[in-house]
Design a protein around this ligand. Structure first.
Ligand SMILES: Nc1ncnc2c1ncn2[C@@H]1O[C@H](COP(=O)(O)OP(=O)(O)O)[C@@H](O)[C@H]1O
Ligand SMILES: [Mg+2]
Length: 405
């Protein structure tokens, strides 16, 4: 089993997928723009070979270099788990005749308007929306859909350049803020709770499923620095509240002709009970969601994903044991972390439920909170009971305070 895996060491969690592939018996051929000397020992130990390319996003150049490098070798899979590279992986599969999702199929997971068209064509509820390339198109869409609206990039990530727009004057302002974005979606604003639906699929059928809740919604978490964003996996997937969302998720996988690999979907639950599709990617969720899912079931999805991709099997027990919450912290002030208040008390009172303390250490420089999904670090904790998990997460959100200066 020879597997080409794109960008095996970046972002850092790719290290674990590379190792997972090796653990299930694949010969892993890495392609990335990092210098081989800079790869972690974990990745170096897992790779059979590595091709460094000057620009990993340059589709044509990468294709030519990979073709030359692979000459005389047989390849069974070409995979990527990092959003910006999923189309490149599909392009390479088509070029070399390797099984897996086609370029057109993957495009349905990458282009947010095409995605919604395909999901809507299957009779599923998506927000009303329009693809806009010019200012005039934005105004026309706003007129047609009505306020409040969301304006966001067609190929966005991490809520970047995403705005809620309540009226015309706000639209004038947001148009100025988004002029650098070549194509935007203008969407009906959907009010409600926001959840994920995540899977590892084998030929479109989920071998593993997960739901997590965002508290608060990502756009709010990204709009206010004082918020400590919480994401919690839901242990009890059979509860009635989630039924329609999970059904929507299954419908979306069918509508978009999912193949084998990770998916990460977001959906809204309105107060009247209606569920609405948000977006989906054919790659794992970021910001340590996979670690949360691993803790939820005490398994390694890094390895099980690899097994699914290589052998079309999934061996881990998917019984859900915990609700696993991650709480991201943002320090008050600028510069270096000077003080962390409340941590000792939290660890004393429920430290046995904390599975990961990854707060920046004293003296470390603050991260730019708009640029990072992980803020100035996080605590991850788990508990079998949802209310207890959320209560502990809220305590971390409010009582643990980091200071910088
Ligand atoms: N139509 C919408 N109605 C309400 N909120 C939205 C809508 N579209 C996006 N958002 C908010 O913006 C966030 C980011 O949008 P999303 O489509 O998920 O893009 P990204 O790729 O940046 O994650 C969402 O998590 C949600 O909080
Ligand atoms: Mg999103």
């Amino acid at each position: 089993m020879n597997v080409v895996f794109l960008s095996p060491g970046y972002p850092p969690e790719m290290n674990h997928y590379t190792r997972g592939l090796a653990e299930v018996g694949a010969n892993v051929f890495g392609v990335g723009d990092s210098h081989p000397g800079g790869l972690s020992p974990e990745v170096k130990g897992a790779l059979a070979d590595y091709l460094q390319v000057p620009r990993i996003m340059d589709e044509r150049d990468v294709t030519e270099r990979v073709a030359a490098w692979l000459r005389g070798r047989s390849v069974d899979r070409i995979e990527a788990n990092w959003e910006p590279l999923v189309l490149l992986a599909a392009r390479l599969r088509e070029r070399f005749g390797i099984p897996g999702m086609s370029y057109d199929t993957v495009l349905g997971f990458r282009d947010k308007e095409l995605m919604k068209q395909r999901v809507a064509a299957a009779g599923l509820r998506v927000p009303k929306s329009a693809r806009c390339r010019t200012v005039a198109e934005v105004w026309a869409a706003a007129e047609q859909i009505g306020y409040p609206l969301i304006v966001k990039p067609i190929a966005g990530a991490g809520s970047a350049d995403t705005y809620r727009v309540n009226d015309k004057p706000e639209m004038t302002r947001v148009i100025k803020l988004t002029v650098h974005v070549p194509e935007v979606s203008v969407e009906e604003f959907v009010d409600g709770e926001e959840f994920t639906f995540d899977t590892v699929c084998i030929d479109g059928k989920p071998a593993f499923e997960n739901v997590a809740q965002y508290l608060p919604r990502p756009l709010e978490a990204r709009s206010h620095e004082w918020v400590s964003p919480v994401i919690c996996t839901v242990r009890d997937m059979l509860q009635p509240k989630l039924r329609d969302g999970i059904r929507l998720g299954h419908g979306v996988l069918r509508a978009l002709k999912m193949g084998t690999g990770f998916t990460h979907m977001e959906w809204f639950l309105k107060s009247d009970g209606e569920v609405v599709f948000g977006e989906i990617g054919c790659r794992p969720g970021g910001a340590h969601l996979v670690d949360q899912m691993n803790h939820t079931c005490d398994i390694s999805l890094f390895r099980e994903w690899a097994r699914a991709v290589c052998w079309k099997t999934f061996e881990a027990d998917t019984t859900r044991k915990y609700n696993t919450a991650i709480i991201f912290k943002r320090a008050k002030g600028q510069g270096r972390i000077t003080r962390i208040e409340g941590r000792d008390e939290i660890l004393r009172s429920f430290g046995k439920h904390v599975v990961w303390d990854n707060l920046l250490p004293l003296g470390a420089h603050r991260r730019d909170w708009k640029q990072t999904l992980v803020s100035d670090g996080f605590l991850m904790l788990k508990h079998p009971d949802w209310d207890t998990a959320i209560r502990m997460a809220n305590t971390v959100a409010t009582d643990l305070v980091m200071y910088a200066g």
